[in-house]
Write a protein that binds this ligand. Structure first.
Ligand code: HEM
Length: 407
């Protein structure tokens, strides 16, 4: 069969502003389509996306494994490898990221959210979406790794510099220089921290990685690379997810009202927010062997970009996919990926997002977002600047309540 082809320009500012019409443009051509601008395959169909993502390195390799494209990692980590190597690196950390394991962070997450929202509770009528609110995920990853408070700001800057600039080989020289500088600074800092952790053995994730049993042991380079991965995988994605969920709720006031009136709907509302307006836009892979997908012959060596946010609106999978509906059974969405590389931090991201949004809705049930700026990251999409106006205040200004774990 001839290649189905699309010229849709992913580098157009219109894509950043609103990618969904462009995804439909591609879908009208097919579920698996050759993209001229990307010089690779784009997958917008749900079933096709799942079949690429569930492959564990037989037909498709994770593209981040190409050291040319992810040069900021100095060594392999779980997102750059497949098969048994991936299994070893992931299994070492997996017990710390289960839903039960992250529940112990509930109190700390609540405390940080309270601090961030304190000026609002005290009467401020607006605050900065990024500086004042979405700082949460950096603080939590930094705390997990045992990074002291005075380095939170550096941590956030490094993470942001890498994540917002990465585009898997489509960066210009200037952008590559920013990425290199951030990577050098993070790695230098982590070297110092690892020395301190070896001496002082504080009870945290870095010490845990240093002391793994021999069958799971990681080299120093793998530990640093994993710490960089956690930092960059855990900040921008979660910060933008929090902001995107706020956008979804504001644009759908009837749904927001439901969530305000019944906060037990919030976990479902967040899943629906992830499906409807997810942060991660594409999950890149490389074909290892000739493979047929939806009738298209993909050759070995060709890149395949799974457009998970487009698959999350595939009308073959979702009823009325463009509708944001907090009562929808949104489980099965691909916002956290799928298969062996499914997001390790999903339970933590869900916990952080739920608590942050719950507390914000508690103070400002009719908040209004303004001056949103989506920056220029086409990989992780969400506001990089914006203001939240409190609007009408909740009548019940009771103190925040810390809910029980898993609650
Ligand atoms: C809402 C926020 C988040 C979103 C939308 C998100 C999304 C994703 C996606 C889509 C993948 C799969 C990438 C692929 O298949 O190519 C992934 C992997 C990963 N994420 Fe997240 N993530 C989030 C938060 C976090 C957090 C908070 C952490 C940890 C602190 C984290 C750690 C990881 C790790 C370690 C991987 C690699 C897993 C592997 O390769 O086995 N993520 N994430």
């Amino acid at each position: 069969m001839d290649r189905r082809q699309s010229d849709t320009n992913f580098f157009d500012p219109a894509f950043l502003e609103d990618p969904f019409p462009l995804y439909e443009e591609i879908r009208a051509v097919g579920n698996v389509v050759w993209s001229e601008p990307l010089q690779g395959w784009v997958v917008v169909g749900y079933d096709e996306a799942v079949s690429v993502l569930t492959d564990s390195g037989n037909h498709f390799a994770i593209l981040a494994g190409d050291p040319e494209l992810t040069f900021w990692f100095e060594a392999p980590n779980m997102i750059t490898v497949d098969g048994p190597y991936h299994h070893r690196l992931r299994a070492a950390l997996a017990p710390l990221f289960t839903r039960n394991a992250v529940a112990k962070w509930e109190r700390r997450v609540t405390q940080v959210v309270e601090q961030l929202l304190a000026p609002l509770v005290a009467g401020d009528d607006h605050f900065d979406l990024i500086n004042d609110f979405t700082m949460l995920p950096t603080v939590i990853v930094a705390d997990m790794l045992g990074v002291p408070e005075e380095r939170y700001g550096d941590f956030r800057r490094w993470s942001h510099e890498v994540v917002t600039n990465l585009s898997f080989g489509f960066e210009d020289d200037e952008t590559r220089a920013v990425l290199r500088r951030a990577a050098t600074e993070i790695n230098e800092y982590l070297r110092e921290e690892m020395e301190r952790h070896r001496r002082e053995q504080p009870d945290d994730l870095l010490t845990y990685m240093l002391n793994l049993p021999s069958d799971k042991a990681m080299t120093d380079e793998e530990i640093r690379s994993t710490a960089v991965l956690l930092l960059i995988a855990g900040y921008d994605t979660t910060a933008k997810t929090m902001a995107n969920c706020l956008i979804a709720l504001e644009r759908n006031p009837d749904q927001r009202r439901l969530a305000v009136e019944d906060p037990s709907l919030l976990p479902a509302a967040i899943e629906e927010g992830l499906r409807w307006f997810g942060a991660v836009q594409w999950l890149p892979r490389r074909a290892l062997a000739e493979t047929v997908l939806d009738g298209m012959e993909i050759s070995a060596g060709e890149n395949v970009y799974v457009m998970n946010s487009a698959a999350n609106r595939d009308p073959r999978r979702w009823v009325q996919p463009d509708r944001f509906d907090v009562s929808r059974e949104a489980k099965g969405h691909l916002a956290f990926g799928f298969g062996p590389h499914l997001c390790l931090g999903a339970p933590l991201a869900r916990l952080e997002t739920r608590i942050a949004i719950e507390q914000l809705l508690h103070v400002a049930p009719e908040y209004h977002l303004r001056d949103l700026d989506f920056g220029n990251s086409m990989f992780i999409r969400g506001p990089e600047r914006g203001i939240v106006e409190v609007g009408m205040r909740a009548s019940r200004q009771t103190p925040f309540a810390v809910r029980s774990p898993n609650g």
